[in-house]
Design a binder for this molecule. Structure first.
Ligand code: ADP
Ligand code: MG
Length: 254
């Protein structure tokens, strides 16, 4: 098996006059946590959007486990084993937590993402049990019958994580998973992400502003600035990299 699960080469993306991504190359090791950091507007979310079919790059290749992720539909990318936690939680606010997790579980089983699953009774109990086990895993089992809209921001992110994990992904993309969280919620999320890595063989790509999170989780860090990867290294070496320090001058601190 190839040790590299995601191989990104020569990605360019332009928005009008702005070169948002400029010849981005990236290799992500299987079962690792790979962080992508960089100042605001560096192109991090744009890059992630190219991996999940939300944006089509102008040029370049994205190979996931030997399959190209370009030119296929988001649900096919999902089916191939790539799941994503969005920068803003995308949950069904009016549904209960367990129903929120059942929706992607049905989708995984039936091969499409549609609310028409509710008309199906087939296998409801198994799917519900699976969803409950997942909620247990992320620490939300007690709230399973509450409406998702009633959750705190931290809990919403945990719910979203459960919705991703129930699909049993090989690659999990996390865009600022602790954005807007209290320090306590952030630490719980760090522990959760570490645990998920250990017992599930999920490779993770994490975009994150919070350096405490990055240095707690990452095996490797790529630094993006103005659409270009300016450094890639293990966390200890990234801190002292002069190019990285320069990119962050006047912005976030390492
Ligand atoms: P980051 O996630 O690193 O903060 P983004 O990838 O969101 O950065 O944005 C990179 C640059 O591309 C920014 O200058 C942003 O304004 C621009 N950009 C992002 N998405 C679009 C879009 N859909 N249309 C035009 N410009 C965009
Ligand atoms: Mg972003």
């Amino acid at each position: 098996m190839d040790d590299v699960i995601l191989r990104v080469a020569g990605i360019n993306k332009r928005f009008g006059g702005l070169q948002a991504l400029d010849d981005v190359n990236l290799e992500v090791q299987r079962n690792s946590v790979h962080a992508i950091i960089g100042p605001n507007g560096a192109g991090k979310s744009t890059l992630l959007n190219c991996f999940v079919g939300r944006l089509a790059p102008d040029s370049g290749t994205v190979m996931f486990d030997g399959t190209s992720l370009l030119g296929i539909k988001p649900h096919q990318i999902n089916q191939a084993g790539v799941a994503r936690v969005f920068q803003t939680p995308e949950i069904f606010e009016d549904e209960s937590l367990v129903e929120n997790v059942m929706i992607p579980a049905f989708a995984k089983r039936d091969g499409a993402f549609s609310l028409s699953f509710w008309s199906r009774v087939d296998g409801q109990k198994e799917i519900r049990d699976q969803a409950m086990a997942m909620l247990e895993d992320v620490g939300l089992a007690q709230k399973s019958e509450q409406h998702a809209g009633s959750l705190s921001r931290g809990d919403k992110r945990r719910l979203e994580l459960a919705m991703c994990l129930v699909q049993d992904p090989k690659l999990l993309l996390l865009d600022e998973p602790t954005a807007g969280m209290s320090r306590a919620d952030t630490n719980t999320t760090i522990d959760l992400l570490k645990r998920i890595g250990n017992d599930r063989n999920v490779t993770k790509i994490v975009i994150e502003h919070d350096m405490h999170v990055v240095f707690s989780l990452a095996d490797k860090i790529s630094v993006l600035a103005q659409g270009t990867v300016i450094a890639e290294d293990v966390p200890d070496k990234i801190k002292g990299n002069p190019k990285v320090q320069e990119a962050y001058l006047g912005g976030a601190h390492l």
